[in-house]
Ligand binder design. Sequence first.
Ligand code: FEO
Length: 168
Amino acid sequence: MISETMQKALLNQLNDEFYSAYLYLAMSAYCAHIDFSGAATWLKRQYDEEQLHATRIYNYLVDQGAHVELKQIVQPPSEFGTILDVFRSSLKHEQTMTGKLNNLSDQALKEKDHATYNLLQWFVNEQVEEEATVSEIISKLKLVKEDGYGLLMIDNELGSRPAPAPVP
Ligand code: FEO
C-alpha cells in the first residue's frame, strides 16, 4: 500500500502523462497541417507512447489498491511555429517532466517507498532517452536550417518511427 501523499502525487503524474499525450497529438495535428507528414507520424507515435506511460502508472495505482480519480486534462496549444520550434517545445516539455519525475523519486526515497521508487526509475531512464532523441532531432533541424532537401530528408526519417511496444 502506498501513502495518501504518494497516491496523490502519482495521480498528478498520471494526468501529466495524459497531458503529454494530448500535447503530442496537438503537435502531430499541427505538423500534418503544415505538411510535415513524417514529423506528424513521429509525434503521433509519441502520443501513443505517452498513453502507455499513463497506463503504466494507472496499472501500478490499481495494483496498489488506490482509488484512481481521473482529473480534467488541460487543453494543449494549437500553434507551434516552425518545425524546429515544435521540437524545441517538445524538449522543453520533456525537461519539465524530468524535473517532476525526479521530485517524485525524491519523495519515494523519503518515504522509503521502494516499490514506487522502482516504478519511477523506469520513467527517469525513459526521460534520458526521450530528451536525447529530441535533442538529436533539434540538432539535425538546426543543421539544415531552411534547406528544403534537408528538411525533406529529416521528415522522411521521422516518418519511419515504429509503433511503441505495449506495456507488459
Ligand atoms: Fe512520458 Fe515524454 O515521457
